[in-house]
Design a protein around this ligand. Structure first.
Ligand code: MG
Length: 374
């Protein structure tokens, strides 16, 4: 029996993870953590009978306790406590932001497998987390569709003959817009993603291509490839989820309809592939699949994000925090679409980068940037 704890069970990836688990035999939910959506968490407890849950606020404990006789934890310490449970196999990290980084570090020390959907873990603390995973022989299995595709093409991480990684990007809603048009784009325009349905913040990150830059940083840490050997390719149809180029000139690609169920399930069953949840199968006839070079001038944040990865240290931490604040301001109609890049560039220019930060320094830099910009 595989026993799973899900951090962020009421979000988009969390709910889809539960849909996958429902269809798999021999998978049991041991613990759940949720933020504000207590009503949905209660529905999930009724359906999946976890032994323990974690809520964000202390005052939500009584609402859970009134109905269920289970252990209820709360806050960031609660997440760490949840990751310290001994009787589970896999921690699914589906929270957004940095709240779960400490829990991930703990789970790795406890030799638990990590199924990772959270971007910040590797973007902000990739060096520390991967080093710890290597030391403890823990697998970090990605849930993100691109990194899952790479893992599937790599033939279970046997990457000695792999030469380059090609990360596909849909190009977002503004692929064919001019910089002049982009000036006037509203949050509503940016949230109109052509292929994937996702949370608001990540959808804006797809429009600026920051998301793709962050995925390059994650791929660098996950697969230990140099930045020069990780390429971005625009693929508007979102059918090929990424590719690996090998030393003999072969490319392997993973194809499928854009559905997060597939990478979520693969992360749970890896290295096996099970039938589990039925997704519509991709009709291979009469399709046109395009692969285009990104327009780096039109999307300067793609280059800037990758540059921050190359610089390393706290550069990606600064970029990530500044981006999150800027995207929130944009979603609240406080700034324009192109102001996102201005705000990030300005923040990076005036911030000193720490070369080999500790986890505490990473959290502190993140906190200071947010405090400074709000
Ligand atoms: Mg992705």
């Amino acid at each position: 029996m595989e026993k799973i704890i899900i951090l962020g069970s009421t979000g988009s990836i969390g709910t889809q993870t539960l849909e996958v688990i429902e269809k798999l035999n021999n998978y049991k939910v041991l613990g759940l953590s949720a933020g504000k959506n207590i009503k949905l968490l209660k529905d999930q407890i009724r359906k999946f009978h976890p032994q323990v849950v974690c809520v964000q606020k202390e005052e939500d404990i009584k609402e859970i306790k009134a109905e269920f006789d289970i252990e209820v934890l709360y806050g960031n310490e609660g997440l760490v406590e949840l990751s310290n449970k001994t009787n589970y196999n896999t921690l699914v990290v589906a929270t957004s932001g940095i709240v779960s980084v400490r829990a991930v570090v703990n789970a790795i020390k406890n030799k638990k497998r990590i199924a990772l959907a959270n971007k910040e873990t590797l973007v902000m603390a990739g060096d520390i987390v991967m080093e710890l995973a290597r030391k403890n022989s823990v697998s970090i299995v990605p849930i993100d569709s691109e990194h899952s595709a790479i893992l599937q093409c790599m033939n279970n991480k046997n990457n000695e003959s792999a030469k380059r990684l090609w990360i596909t990007a849909s190009g977002g809603p503004f692929l064919n817009s001019s910089r002049e048009d982009m000036k006037n784009f509203s949050a509503k325009d940016a949230l109109n993603h052509p292929r994937w349905s996702m949370g608001k913040k990540i959808t804006v990150d797809c429009a600026t291509l920051v998301n793709k830059g962050l995925e390059v940083i994650e791929a660098h840490h996950l697969y230990n490839f140099s930045y020069d050997d990780i390429k971005v390719v625009i693929h508007p149809q979102s059918i090929v989820h990424s590719l690996v180029e090998f030393i003999d000139g072969s490319f392997l690609a993973q194809l499928g309809l854009p559905s997060m169920h597939i990478p979520i399930q693969y992360a749970l069953t890896y290295p096996k592939r099970l039938e589990g949840i039925k997704t519509d199968s991709f009709n291979i006839y009469n399709n046109k699949l395009e692969f285009l070079e990104p327009d780096y001038e039109k999307f300067p944040l793609l280059t800037l994000t990758i540059e921050c990865g190359k610089t390393g240290g706290t550069a990606p931490v600064v970029l990530n925090a500044a981006n999150e604040v800027a995207v929130n301001k944009f979603l609240n109609n406080e700034i324009g679409f192109l102001d996102i890049e201005k705000l990030i560039t300005k923040t990076l220019e005036k911030t000193k980068i720490i070369k080999n930060p500790t986890l505490e320094e990473i959290f502190e830099v993140d906190r200071l940037i947010r405090q400074d910009l709000s």
